[in-house]
Design a protein around this ligand. Structure first.
Ligand code: HEM
Length: 123
């Protein structure tokens, strides 16, 4: 694995490490009110981002050009903003960050849809 595939995969592992530590913190504090933030960091961060990495690895043609880099540049702030955004939203501190993170995340998935369709039949 190399290039954009490797980048997506390493970042996904960093997300799940952070998500696991957050899970341990929740368990230790006996406070599960922020479980949705933990779930999204793990599922959008680790599972979804990891799947992007695996796809770019399995379909090398898809990893060529500028679009995968734009995809990474949109997906990464999406996850990073969504996590504190969900926490702030649960704690009644505003929803702006969660909305921005969500919009970037859906844009990232639309880019991925386009990428998958564009690279059909190449691997
Ligand atoms: C060290 C690893 C992990 C620890 C210590 C941990 C801990 C926790 C805790 C304490 C909760 C709250 C349970 C409750 O509300 O009763 C939770 C919920 C959850 N976790 Fe984890 N977790 C870990 C890894 C993961 C991973 C890898 C995923 C997904 C890939 C995941 C997905 C979820 C989901 C979907 C929920 C439910 C969230 C909700 O109810 O809103 N967790 N976890």
């Amino acid at each position: 694995m190399r290039g954009i595939a490797f980048l997506f995969y390493v970042v996904a592992i960093l997300y799940v490490l952070a998500g696991m530590l957050f899970g341990i913190h929740m368990a230790g504090a006996h406070d599960f009110s922020l479980a949705p933030a933990h779930a999204h960091l793990n599922l959008v961060g680790w599972v979804t981002t990891g799947m992007f990495g695996i796809y770019y690895h399995v379909v090398p043609k898809a990893a060529e050009g500028m679009l995968p880099k734009i995809h990474f540049a949109v997906a990464t702030p999406g996850v990073i903003l969504m996590f504190p955004g969900i926490i702030m939203s649960i704690q009644g501190q505003g929803e702006a960050l969660a909305i921005i993170g969500s919009l970037l995340t859906i844009l990232s998935m639309l880019i991925f849809l386009f990428t998958v369709i564009r690279s059909r039949g190449t691997a």
